[in-house]
Ligand binder design. Structure first.
Ligand SMILES: C[S@@+](CC[C@H](N)C(=O)[O-])C[C@H]1O[C@@H](n2cnc3c(N)ncnc32)[C@H](O)[C@@H]1O
Length: 250
């Protein structure tokens, strides 16, 4: 039997308008959460899907030397890949989770010291960064957390403000639809997976997440004035990466 998991990648070229916007907040309980555990999951995801995503980013127009912003960076495993593969680029990481940011800062201390990485505790919808200061903005697995607090449009507007004219915005998000692809069709497996997602939904130590976020990205970006929007699907297949990668049981 095999399973598929999905990341939808959306890219766009932008013409910038200045348009500041501030949204409202959600609260995260950092104290009862195990940051190491969460970081290990994010690391595994980047290990499996990161190389495939990077290829897409390059096809979309990411080149060395660009100024990169990683919105909702978490522990920064994707930022790390960007720093390795684009040695003349600077990466700015932004997140609201102080626990993950601390992990990020410790792990990437050398890059921070050498001036290639900046890690900031700010909201994605109100980064306080200067307008037109980035060539490439990445938002990986963030949008799924923005929907319950209506922050998708404010974040898109903030990215529009931050991008240089013609800059690129790549949104990577997941969609439950692809996780339901099981071959041969085996209903108990799908039920187990649903229970796993329901448990995640009930976990009050994490922000609410929309499991059908991926399919909404194209419209989100169009609605917010981005041009040349394209969508791509990047898959992790259990035949390729092992069963654990698509259904981590902890
Ligand atoms: C699923 S994690 C993804 C982390 C990282 N981008 C990755 O791909 O491994 C989502 C991240 O978004 C952050 N986040 C959620 N809402 C946010 C907001 N409004 N502003 C900034 N970061 C936010 C969370 O703290 C978390 O670190």
């Amino acid at each position: 039997m095999n399973l598929l998991a999905l990341l939808v990648v959306t890219v766009l070229a932008v013409h910038v308008v200045g348009d500041g916007y501030t949204g409202h907040s959600i609260s995260l309980d950092h104290k009862t959460r195990n940051v190491e555990h969460d970081a290990a999951i994010f690391e595994a995801q980047v290990k499996i899907l990161g190389p495939k995503e990077l290829k897409r980013f390059v096809q979309f127009g990411l080149t060395d030397g660009m100024r990169i912003l990683d919105l909702g960076c978490g522990p920064g495993f994707m930022a790390e890949q960007l720093l390795i593969h684009f040695p003349n680029s600077h990466v700015t990481c932004v997140d609201i989770d102080e626990g993950l940011l601390e992990y990020n800062r410790k792990r990437h201390e050398n890059w921070i010291t050498s001036g290639r990485l900046t890690v900031l505790h700010e909201w994605a919808n109100d980064t306080k960064l200067p307008s037109e200061s980035f060539d490439f903005v990445l938002s990986r697995l963030l949008f799924q957390h923005l929907r319950s607090t209506n922050l998708v449009d404010p974040v898109c507007k903030e990215v529009y403000r931050l991008l240089k004219p013609g800059g690129l915005f790549v949104v990577v998000d997941s969609d439950q639809f692809f996780s339901d692809l099981v071959e041969p069709n085996f209903d108990p497996m799908q039920r187990v997976e649903r229970i796993f997602f329901e448990l995640k939904e009930g976990d009050t130590t994490r922000p609410k997440s929309d499991n059908s976020s991926g399919r909404k990205l194209f419209t989100d970006l169009k609605r917010n004035g981005f041009e040349n929007v394209e969508s791509e699907v990047v898959l992790a297949h259990s035949d390729e990466h092992g069963f654990e990668c698509v259904l981590p049981v902890t």
